[in-house]
Design a protein around this ligand. Structure first.
Ligand SMILES: Cc1ncc(COP(=O)(O)O)c(C=O)c1O
Length: 392
C-alpha cells in the first residue's frame, strides 16, 4: 500500500496510544479502542496545512469558493447527490458540536429523539445532556448482519417523536444503509412528521464494492427535513483538527442552524486548517481512501477468519464499511463491562466495551481495525488466550 503509512510505532501525543499507555501503565499495551487510525494522513492534506504555516496567516479565515466546490464535487462523486453547497453547507468544530447545534434549534427540551442502537455512545450523551429524551430502537441482528427493524422503528416513530438520528455508515456495526433501507426509514419519518439527523462521518470508509447513499439524496422532500453531518476526521484521520461541515438544504432550517452557530460564536473564523484539509482531501488525495479500505477490509477478513478458526466465543459480525470489527462475545458469559475491563487488566489490550453503545451492545466488543495487521494479530492472540482462560 504505497499511500498508507503506518505510524503506530512513532511516539506522538495521541489519545489512542500515549494517553492509554499512561492511563494503564502498560508498556506492552495493544490499543484497539479510540476511533482514530494508526496511519499518516495523506500527503496533500499535510502539505495544505504546511502551506498555511508557510504563508504566515493564522488569523480568521475567509472560506474560499474552492471549499464549497470541493464538497459539491465530492458528494456528487461518492453518491450522485447534487447540492448547491454555497447555499446549504455550514461549518462547525466537529461532528458532535454540529449535532449539538442542530438539536438546539430543531428540537426543544423534553422532545423525544430516536437512535438506532447499538450506536456510538456520544449520541445518547448529547441528547440527554441537552435535556432531550432518548428513545432507543434496537437494530436487528440476523444471519450475523445488522438490519433496521422497520416494525420496531414504526412503533417508536408513532409515539410522538421529534427527530430520528441515524449513523450512516453505522458505528459500531459497520453497515452502510442501502437506498431501500433508507427509503423505508424516510417514509416513516414523512408519515410521522419526524425530522432526520444523519451522521455520515464514515461515508468514505466503504469496503470494496459497497455503495453509499445519503438519506437526504432520496428526494427534496426528505432533504427538507434532514441535516447531514460530515467531516474528513474519520476518513483521513484528521480528528485533531476539530472540523466538520453540515448540509441543510431546507433554507429555513439552514437559517435556524446559522442562528444557533451565532449563539456559540461559531459562525465565522472556524479552523483555518480544517478548511484547507477538506479541500485537499476531496481534490488531491486520489485513491487514498480506496487503498485504505482495501487494507481495512483485509483486516476485517483476517480478524473474522482468525476468530472462526481459533476463538469459538468470538463471532465477528459481517460488515461493509467503517474501520471496526463488532464482535459478539456473549458465549463467554462475562458482562461486557467486565469483559473490557478484564481484557485490559489481564491481556493489556484496550477495546471498546459494547455495553456503552446502548441496547443490544451487552456482551459485544468493538475492535479498531485502523492499524497494522501485525498489531491486530497480537491482539487476536491475546483475545484467544483470554477466552481460553475464561472458558466455562
Ligand atoms: C459516529 C461518530 N460520529 C462522530 C464522531 C466524532 O467525530 P469528530 O471527532 O470528528 O467530531 C465519532 C467518533 O468516534 C463517531 O463515531
Amino acid at each position: 500500500m504505497d499511500g498508507i503509512t503506518d505510524i503506530s510505532k512513532t511516539v506522538l501525543p495521541r489519545m489512542k496510544w500515549e494517553y492509554e499507555k499512561e492511563r494503564t501503565g502498560y508498556d506492552d499495551l495493544i490499543s484497539l479502542g479510540t476511533a482514530d487510525m494508526d496511519f499518516r494522513s495523506p500527503q496533500p492534506i499535510l502539505d495544505s496545512i504546511s502551506e498555511i504555516a508557510r504563508n504566515g496567516h493564522l488569523g480568521y479565515p475567509y472560506i474560499p469558493d474552492t471549499f464549497y466546490d470541493a464538497i459539491q464535487a465530492h458528494l456528487m462523486e461518492i453518491s450522485s447527490w447534487k447540492v448547491d453547497a454555497k447555499k446549504c453547507v455550514s461549518v462547525n468544530v466537529g461532528i458532535y458540536m454540529a449535532a449539538w447545534n442542530a438539536l438546539d434549534v430543531l428540537t426543544s427540551p423534553g422532545d423525544k429523539i430516536v437512535i438506532l442502537t447499538p450506536v456510538h455512545f456520544c449520541f445518547r450523551q448529547i441528547i440527554t445532556m441537552n435535556g432531550r429524551k432518548v428513545i432507543e430502537c434496537p437494530l436487528q441482528l440476523e444471519n450475523n448482519e445488522y438490519h433496521i427493524d422497520p416494525e420496531a422503528l414504526r412503533a417508536c416513530l408513532e409515539s410522538g417523536v421529534r427527530m430520528l438520528w441515524i449513523c450512516n455508515p453505522h458505528n459500531p456495526v459497520g453497515r452502510s444503509w442501502t437506498a431501500g433501507e433508507l427509503e423505508e426509514i424516510a417514509d416513516l419519518c414523512l408519515k410521522n412528521d419526524v425530522l432526520i439527523m444523519s451522521d455520515d462521518v464514515y461515508c468514505d470508509l466503504l469496503f470494496p464494492g459497497t455503495g453509499y447513499t445519503p438519506i437526504a439524496s432520496l428526494s427534496k422532500e426528505i432533504s427538507y427535513r434532514t441535516v447531514t453531518l460530515y467531516s474528513t476526521s474519520k476518513s483521513y484521520n484528521t480528528t485533531g483538527l476539530r472540523f466538520a461541515y453540515v448540509v441543510t438544504e431546507n433554507p429555513q432550517m439552514f437559517e435556524l442552524y446559522q442562528d444557533s452557530l451565532a449563539k456559540c460564536d461559531l459562525n465565522y473564523g472556524i479552523n483555518i486548517m480544517g478548511i484547507a484539509a477538506t479541500v485537499a482531501a476531496y481534490t488531491a488525495c486520489g485513491t487514498w481512501t480506496e487503498q485504505l479500505m482495501s487494507l481495512i477490509s483485509e483486516n476485517h477478513r483476517m480478524v473474522s477468519e482468525y476468530c472462526a478458526a481459533h476463538i469459538p466465543e468470538a463471532d465477528v459480525v459481517l460488515a461493509d464499511s467503517t474501520y471496526f470489527a463488532w464482535i459478539d462475545m456473549r458465549r463467554l458469559k462475562l458482562e461486557s463491562r467486565q469483559l473490557a475491563y478484564q481484557l485490559e487488566e489481564e491481556e493489556h489490550m484496550v477495546v471498546e466495551n459494547g455495553e456503552l453503545f446502548g441496547k443490544g451492545g451487552k456482551g459485544f466488543i468493538r475492535v479498531n481495525l485502523g492499524t497494522s495487521p501485525e498489531y491486530l494479530r497480537t491482539g487476536l492472540k491475546r483475545l484467544e488466550h483470554f477466552c481460553a482462560n475464561h472458558r466455562s
